[in-house]
Design a protein around this ligand. Structure first.
Ligand code: BTX
Length: 328
């Protein structure tokens, strides 16, 4: 019901919505409407109540609740079901549980704060309250297992395009899973999967975006390597709008990835958004460190390196360090 009320308040041409109109739209009593308005005020909405006129939304807080995200969302798959938590250990963990319990494809799990946000290989992801987007999407592509990891590259393209469209920030993809601006990380992606034999049961694509994290709010160890959209733009950015844009950019790319059986047709879009190719890098792989020039990626998202002796190496999975920039 809060969603209906919020929508009516946002949509009101003269500003005010009568209590009566809300009662009719929600099919509940005036007392019940008043209680909901009170709840919204408690949540930070500045709603003015004037006798004989009704209610007017003066100002809204920067929330990533389901009601805020749904306002004007134009997707048909991603975010049709939204699970919001104020605080959670990790949205990826809850998304995994929900996916195992049969949650539909496209379910979005989002939290205002994560207490154990995680990155790859057991690393931590700093996820303070009120200032970031910490979200996970449940996907169920009917694709062979070999294509699962490519979803990270698809998500990275969507994310980078969304940042540009929603905020004007021109960042770039650092293979395989980070978005950087001027060498500092503003977003990360963590894909986890559940599969059996050669069949993907579900993927959970976790996305972390530092939106309104102040530069001095980052812990000391992230000081030189992390940044936020607010730090880049010099102003606060409404988070729900960024979430909507990410979903809207991701949906058509995801459909293409499923339809065409993998990342192949998105390779050019990835190249247009990347900041890895043409750079000297060190790839930290399970086989050891490999240094060279990042030449290309293939249709499977595998990175091709040219070493100093001219020999070429395929990098399937690694953390990379761009030489002269030490970012994990
Ligand atoms: P990663 O393993 O590539 O990067 C993790 C590294 O990034 C850390 O070791 C640290 O150096 C740095 N780091 C930690 N927090 C931040 C931050 N807020 N901004 C910039 N750099 C940071 C990247 O893993 C994947 C992160 C995915 C996070 C999302 S949030 C929603 C979902 N739930 C969850 O638990 N994880 C994902």
């Amino acid at each position: 019901m809060n969603e209906t009320i919020l929508h009516m308040l946002r949509d009101a041409p003269g500003g005010f919505v009568s209590g009566e109109a809300m009662c009719q739209a929600c099919g509940v009593s005036r007392t019940s409407i008043w209680k909901h308005i009170k709840d919204m005020q408690d949540a930070g909405y500045n709603i003015e109540a004037v006798r004989n006129k009704g209610y007017r939304l003066v100002d809204a807080p920067d929330l990533v609740t389901a009601a805020e995200i749904r306002e004007g969302l134009s997707t048909t798959l991603l975010g049709q079901s939204i699970v919001y938590r104020e605080t959670i250990d990790s949205t990826n963990s809850l998304a995994q549980q929900l996916a195992l319990g049969g949650a539909p494809e496209g379910t979005l799990v989002i939290a205002d704060e994560q207490t154990s946000g995680r990155g790859r290989r057991g690393r931590q992801w700093f996820s303070p309250p009120h200032s970031g987007i910490w979200m996970s999407l449940i996907l169920r592509p009917e694709l062979p297992l070999a294509h699962a990891a490519q979803i990270t590259l698809v998500a990275a393209v969507a994310l980078n395009q969304a940042l540009s469209r929603a905020t004007g920030v021109q960042a770039g993809i650092k293979w395989p899973n980070d978005i950087l601006f001027n060498g500092k990380k503003c977003c990360g992606i963590l894909t986890e999967m559940h599969a059996e034999f050669d069949q993907i049961h579900h993927l959970v694509v976790g996305i972390g975006i530092n939106v309104n994290v102040a530069q001095d709010e980052f812990p000391a160890e992230l000081e030189g390597i992390a940044t936020s959209l607010q730090a880049i733009r010099g102003e606060r950015i409404p988070r729900a709008q960024v979430v909507r844009t990410v979903l809207e950019e991701f949906e058509p790319l995801y459909r293409q990835y499923v339809l065409n059986g993998g990342f192949g047709t998105l390779r050019d879009a990835w190249k247009a958004n990347n900041i890895t190719l043409g750079r000297h890098i060190v790839a930290h792989t399970a086989r050891g460190d490999i240094e060279g020039l990042a030449l290309d990626i293939d249709e499977f998202g595998v990175l091709l390196l040219e070493k100093a002796d001219g020999e070429r190496e395929k990098i399937y999975s690694a953390d990379i360090t761009v030489i002269n920039q030490t970012i994990s």
